[in-house]
Design a protein around this ligand. Structure first.
Ligand code: ZN
Length: 453
């Protein structure tokens, strides 16, 4: 019988080495190698998996497979991201920062799947705590089994008895395979427990949902290592201080990764947001300066979002720059472009920028709205409420075309906007008869003239 061996494992990316290394040659992080004991492969498999017959090759024509093997979750935003439902035998990772609402989403899924046996395993909460959470959601599922357990062998034994239609593991970092001597949460444990669950899911055809915690910088052991093992990787994002959450797919063997799902955190759990544009635009009674609306696209989904800027004279010598939901370096670049190309003296001004709803926007098409907000606040002239913006700014002050412009214009028209400023350099825009005026701008100077005369 093979003996256990000791290896050093990078806790960041999972690369193994026979000896300690100060800096990981793979991910270039310092001081990430920890010693772990690896049991030989023969003892790592849990009893259930060892007892399975070895797989045999099958003739392609004899394999029965259909696209109908997908299970609708009852949460349409989640179905959309998974590519119309959960595929049988798939391993799905739901990653996100602590407190963002991963357990809430997972429990909501367990309760929404009526008529299916669900096994919800928690290594973090007791059965009572989970029951209380379910009560707060004002929902229940008579077929949902709750198990507070961290031992993998025991979980797989229970699963073998219950034969659930879906297993949820909350979280993979708390799971422990007793055949390994490393502690729960170490790279070896996380990878090995996921591999066992993968085997279980492929043998029985049961889909398994894994919850994985990541830290603010997204580097701690776990999800990053798991991404290669699982079929689908979903990330749940959002600022804990705000109510909006975005579910994003970064890997999907059974569908596209360009969809996003939007949720609102309310008292009874997560509410699906069908029309995000309505959520991210505040209603003001009277026009205010420093506010403009951007027509953005995230994934395939167009939505409108409010950008707010406050420009004021710097009180303490050095002007302050602050930005929430938008890259501060890009804000500094836009301010420099305004200074150099449009002659606005912003070097002596404090500039504060805020994207409504606490969400982060990386779509470059938001540039035009941000510039408009900054100029509006600087001149203290409000922008007409029926105007929105979609365009990227270049270093020479030119306004560049952006992707999916027809969708953006369509969304703006749908939301009742009468004018939209876009780049003059779009070619062949195919517009259906929409009740919206398109204002093409070539440069920032043109924008200033169009907005403030
Ligand atoms: Zn590494």
């Amino acid at each position: 019988m093979a003996k256990s061996k000791t290896v050093w494992v990078c806790q960041n990316c999972g690369v193994e080495s026979a000896k300690w290394i100060g800096r990981c040659p793979s991910c270039k992080e310092w001081n990430t190698y920890h010693e772990e004991i690896i049991a030989p492969a023969s003892t790592r498999d849990t009893g259930f998996i060892m007892n399975q017959e070895k797989r045999k090759p099958m003739l392609l024509d004899n394999i029965e497979a259909s696209e109908n093997g997908r299970m609708k979750t009852g949460i349409s935003e989640l179905d959309r991201i998974l590519g119309s439902g959960i595929v049988n035998g798939s391993l799905i990772l739901l990653g996100g920062e602590p407190g963002v609402g991963k357990s809430t989403l997972a429990l909501q899924l367990a309760l929404a799947l009526k008529g299916k046996k669900i096994l919800y395993v928690s290594g973090e909460e007791s059965e009572e705590q989970i029951s209380l959470r379910a009560q707060r959601m004002k929902n229940s599922n008579p077929q949902c089994y709750i198990l507070s357990e961290t031992d993998l062998e025991s979980i797989i034994n229970h699963a073998e008895n219950i034969k659930p239609g879906l297993i949820i593991i909350d979280s993979i970092q708390t799971m422990n395979n007793s055949a390994l001597e490393s502690s729960a949460g170490s790279v070896t444990q996380v990878r090995e427990c996921a591999a066992q669950l993968l085997k279980y899911s492929k043998i029985t055809g049961t889909p398994v949902f894994l919850i994985g915690h990541i830290t603010k910088d997204g580097t701690l052991a776990g999800p990053k290592v798991l991404e290669h093992i699982v079929d689908v990787v979903l990330y749940f994002e959002g600022d804990n201080n705000y109510v909006y959450r975005i579910l994003r797919s970064v890997k999907n063997r059974f569908g596209s990764t360009s969809e996003i799902g939007i949720f609102e955190m309310i008292e009874t759990g997560l509410r699906e947001v069908d029309n995000p544009s309505e959520m991210f635009i505040n209603q003001h009674d009277e026009p205010l300066s420093g506010i403009s609306i951007a027509a953005t696209v995230d994934g395939l989904r167009p939505f409108l979002i409010e950008t707010q800027a406050l420009v004021s004279s710097a009180v303490y010598g050095t002007p302050q720059r602050s930005s929430t939901g938008f890259d501060i370096r890009r804000l500094n670049m836009l301010l420099a472009v305004l200074e150099k190309r449009a002659g606005f003296r912003l070097g002596v001004k404090d500039v504060f920028l805020n994207i409504a709803g606490g969400i982060k926007v990386s779509d470059p098409a938001i540039d035009l709205a941000i510039i408009s907000s900054v100029l509006s606040s600087n001149l203290d002239i409000p922008i007409a409420r029926d105007t929105c913006f979609s365009g990227e700014a270049g270093l020479s002050g030119e306004i560049r075309p952006v992707s999916r412009i027809e969708q953006r214009i369509g969304e703006a028209a749908k939301m009742g906007f009468k004018k939209i400023c876009i780049s003059k350099y779009h070619r062949n825009i195919q517009l259906k008869r929409l009740n919206i005026e398109v204002i093409p701008v070539a440069k920032i100077e043109n924008l200033v003239r169009a907005l403030f005369g």
